[in-house]
Write a protein that binds this ligand. Structure first.
Ligand SMILES: Cc1cc2nc3c(=O)[nH]c(=O)nc-3n(C[C@H](O)[C@H](O)[C@H](O)COP(=O)(O)O)c2cc1C
Length: 187
C-alpha cells in the first residue's frame, strides 16, 4: 500500500517513501506539486468544450471531462473560473464536448492557450452549428451537445454536470488524442 500524504518523497529510483504516522484529522492535503505530479499519471482524453449564444462562440481545451452516469446520461466538465469561456457557459447553459482525434493536436494547442483569441481559435478546423446550435468540430471522434444540469464550485474550478442531448460520431475509425505525462499520445 502506498500512503497518500503530503510527505511522500521520490527517491532516485522513482520509488515512493511513506510519511510518518499522523492521525487522519491532522494530516494536511497533498501539496499542489505532488498532486500535479500524481495527476500527470492519469491519462485523459482531450476535448474542446464550446458554447454559443448572445456573445458569440467560445471554446477551450479540456481534459477534465468524465462520464458520470448512463441513467440519466450525465458527464462532468471541470472548468477553471478564470477561463474566458466560463462566464459564457454559465450564461448559455449549453455546451458541446468535442472529443479530439489524434490528428487534431494542433487544435488542442490553439484552444488551450490564452495567446490565441476566439477568432483565431475558430479559424482553424471546420466548425458548424450542431443540432442545438453549439459549435461542433468536423473530424472530432464524437461531438456531444449538452445542457448544463448542475454546477458545483470546488476550489479554483466549477464542475458542470451536463446531460448530452445529441451525439454525432464523425470519425469512428480514427485514433484518439490523449494527454498523459504532460504530453500528447495516441490512443
Ligand atoms: C491538454 C490540456 C488540457 C486542459 N484541460 C483543462 C480542463 O480540464 N479545464 C480547464 O479549465 N482548463 C484546461 N486546460 C487549460 C485551458 O485550455 C487554457 O487555460 C485555456 O487557455 C483557457 O481558455 P482562455 O485562454 O480562453 O481563458 C487544458 C489545457 C490543455 C493544453
Amino acid at each position: 500500500m502506498i500512503a497518500s500524504c503530503s510527505l511522500v518523497k521520490f527517491s532516485h529510483t522513482g520509488a515512493l517513501n511513506f510519511c510518518g504516522a499522523e492521525s487522519m484529522q491532522d494530516r494536511s492535503p497533498l501539496s499542489k506539486e505532488i498532486f500535479r505530479n500524481a495527476m500527470a499519471r492519469l491519462a485523459s482524453a482531450v476535448t474542446i468544450i464550446t458554447t454559443d449564444g448572445e456573445n458569440g462562440r467560445h471554446g477551450f481545451t479540456a481534459s477534465a471531462v468524465c462520464s458520470v452516469s448512463d441513467e440519466p446520461a450525465t458527464l462532468l466538465v471541470c472548468v477553471n473560473r478564470t477561463a474566458s469561456t466560463h462566464a459564457h457557459l454559465v450564461q448559455n447553459g449549453l455546451l458541446a464536448i468535442n472529443i479530439l482525434a489524434h490528428e487534431q493536436e494542433e487544435l488542442s494547442t490553439l484552444f488551450g492557450s490564452s495567446r490565441f483569441d476566439m477568432q483565431t481559435r475558430f479559424a482553424s478546423g471546420s466548425w458548424r452549428k450542431g443540432e442545438i446550435g453549439m459549435p461542433v468540430l468536423e473530424g472530432a471522434l464524437v461531438s456531444l451537445e449538452c445542457r448544463i444540469s448542475l454546477t458545483q464550485e470546488i476550489g479554483t474550478h466549477s464542475v458542470f454536470f451536463v446531460e448530452p442531448l445529441c451525439a454525432e460520431f464523425t470519425q469512428e475509425e480514427a485514433s484518439g488524442l490523449v494527454w498523459f505525462d504532460r504530453a500528447y499520445r495516441r490512443a
